[in-house]
Design a protein around this ligand. Sequence first.
Ligand SMILES: [Zn+2]
Length: 153
Amino acid sequence: MISQTRENTNSIETHFAYAEQMASEHNARLTPIRKHIYRCLLEAEAPLGAYELLDMLDGVGSSKPPTVYRGLDWLIEVGLAKKIESVSKYIAKTESEETQQVALLLCDKCGHAEPFDAGPAILSLGAAAKSKGFESHQTVIEIIGRCAEHNAE
Ligand SMILES: [Zn+2]
C-alpha cells in the first residue's frame, strides 16, 4: 500500500538507531512489533489510524487491535510517536523533533500532517498557562487547514 516513501533507506536506519536509543533510555526493548509500527508511521504519507496499522501488520505479532494499541502506547511513552487528537491518528516522531516545540499542520484535503517548529509561540502558551498556576506537561497544537499544494483549490 505504501507507494511512495518520504524516507530513504538510509534515514530509516538512522531513525531505527534513534528508536533503539530511546528504548534503552527507557530500559525497554524495541521489539519487532514496536519497530514495525514505527516503520509504518515513518513511511506513511499521512497520519495513520490504529486500524490502518492493524492492516499493515503483515504477520508481525498478532493481528489484534490490543497489539497495535499497546505498540502505539509504548511508542508515545518513549517519544517515538505522537497522537493527533483531533483525528485520532498517529505520526512518527524523529530525533530532529526532540528539541523542537512542535505544532502540527493538518491538511483537511489530503490528510497530510506536517510537524513544524512553532518555538516561541508554544513556549509562551506554556508560560500563559503557568501564570494561571497551571503546570503543563505537554502542549499539543493542531492547526487544521489547507497545505501549500491545496490552498489554491
Ligand atoms: Zn493538502
